[in-house]
Design a protein around this ligand. Structure first.
Ligand SMILES: NC(=O)N[C@@H](CC(=O)O)C(=O)O
Ligand SMILES: [Zn+2]
Ligand SMILES: [Zn+2]
Length: 439
């Protein structure tokens, strides 16, 4: 069956396309992108006034399966991804057990194939059980489908182990996704260190907690030739160090989350754990630098760090609740509201930061609308204004600081491998699961 997307603003960084065009696809493959395509198509989507982008790619999500299915499953996480416009997500290994073996990598891949049409790609642990000691078999993990290795949730604190891991990762050319947090320096901190933390009566997390590991890991990447991707950068000095690393020609990339470019610590006005995440919300000067970095391209991509937790866990006090917020279903709107509408990113740069560049980082052939590539397409209405309602989330995690926020930018269609996995029109929202039989 042929599908024709008519008259949308096609944004394809690979070909530097930003123009009103039509997109034709069939059998999960893009056939043609051109003006006024006249081919007969069984299915026509009117995309007038919409952004038509390569399917969004999120390099950093937590789907909690196996082990924490009360927070999220691969199935519910994939539904949230579809609703958020994502056709590919990379799942972090901090599950129980951790994704530290070929069996577990296969488990994620097989389970994802069973429950969703979007691509759920596993990231494997750097060390067995994420215990920081015994390095996993990167070659086998990569052969079996792991797209990166990461200890996300914590840093590999032993520099000797971290260096050895980067050396081995360089050897098999798998990227290292680094969560940068000095365990000793963070102590018992729960929010950004400073006046605000004092006022709230909470222990603080200094910028240095992140910065010292960013510095160490960049130096270790230089030492080993590893491809290093810095997760959820939150400080101004992280941006400066990434800039320096790039100037030196190192293979260093970095991501920023929507919450870190949208909010500062000042958003925390009560003991509400929906504002508790790692790294914490920082100061305006950090946010400004992160935005500047996204605009210039020093910061390569936007990742959500989708970290769902159960309602009862997030109802605890700021001190006791777990770190993390959900992100898949608010990322597009926050990016349009905070970056595109404010002139920080052009729509084409948005497609670059949310799809094309993430694809490059994991060496995927997706992230583009070039002819012959998989028909992963996201259609967004950039003008639709609405209020975020977390009760509508497909994710099991309703833990967001953005509930009730007025935003602009709504996902209208998510098409993965030629199949519409999500569609929206006023009054009618539809997520199509893999295993729902056709009526
Ligand atoms: N970001 C968070 O606050 N939490 C993440 C772990 C992580 O990304 O470091 C989680 O798994 O809940
Ligand atoms: Zn992390
Ligand atoms: Zn994470």
């Amino acid at each position: 069956m042929k599908t024709l997307i008519k008259g949308g603003r096609v944004l394809d960084p690979a070909s530097k396309t930003d123009a009103v065009k039509d997109v034709l696809f069939e059998d999960g493959v893009i056939l043609k992108v051109a003006e006024n395509i006249t081919d007969d198509a069984e299915n026509v989507i009117d995309a007038d006034g919409m952004f038509v982008m390569p399917g969004l790619i999120d390099l950093h999500v937590h789907f909690r399966e196996p082990g924490f299915e009360h927070k999220e499953t691969i199935r519910t996480g994939a539904r949230a991804a579809a609703r958020g416009g994502f056709t590919t997500v990379c799942a972090m290994p901090n599950t129980k057990p951790a994704i530290d073996s070929v069996e577990m990598v296969r488990y994620i891949i097989d389970k994802a194939k069973e429950v969703t049409d979007i691509n759920v790609l596993p990231i494997a642990a750097i060390t067995a059980g994420q215990d920081g000691e015994y390095i996993t078999d990167f070659e086998k993990l990569k052969e079996n489908g792991a797209v990166a290795v990461s200890e996300d949730g914590k840093s590999v604190m032993n520099a000797r182990v971290a260096r050895q891991a980067m050396r081995l990762a360089a050897e098999v050319d798998i990227p290292v996704f680094a969560h940068c947090e000095d365990k000793n320096l963070v102590a018992r901190g729960v929010m950004n260190a400073g006046e605000k933390a004092k006022e709230m009566g909470f222990y603080g997390i200094m910028n240095a907690v992140e910065d010292v590991i960013v510095a160490r890991d960049i130096l270790l990447a230089k030492n080993t030739g590893a491809r290093l991707h810095l997760c959820h950068c939150s400080t101004k000095d992280s941006v400066r160090m990434v800039e320096l690393a790039k100037k030196e020609g190192l293979q260093v990339t970095a991501e920023v989350t929507p919450h870190h470019f949208t909010l500062t610590e000042d958003a925390i006005t009560s003991d509400d754990a929906n504002f508790k995440m790692n790294p914490p919300l920082r100061k305006q000067e950090d946010v400004d630098e992160l935005k500047e970095g996204l605009s210039s391209g020093i910061m390569d991509c936007i990742s959500t760090d989708h970290a769902p937790h159960h309602k009862t866990e997030k109802e605890r006090s700021f001190v006791d609740a777990p770190f993390g917020i959900t992100g898949l279903e608010t990322s597009v709107a926050l990016t349009i509201t905070e970056l595109v509408d404010k002139g920080v990113l052009t729509p084409l740069q948005m497609a670059e930061r949310m799809s094309y560049t993430p694809a490059q980082i994991i060496k995927s052939d997706r992230g583009t609308l070039l002819e012959g590539r998989p028909a992963d397409i996201t259609i967004i209405d950039p003008a639709d204004e609405y209020v975020i309602d977390s009760s509508m989330f497909a994710s099991m995690g309703k833990n967001t600081p953005f509930n009730g926020k007025t935003v602009k930018g709504r996902v209208r269609y998510t098409i993965a491998g030629g199949k519409t996995v999500y569609s929206y029109r006023p009054g009618c929202e539809c997520i199509v699961d893999k295993d729902v039989p056709k009526l």
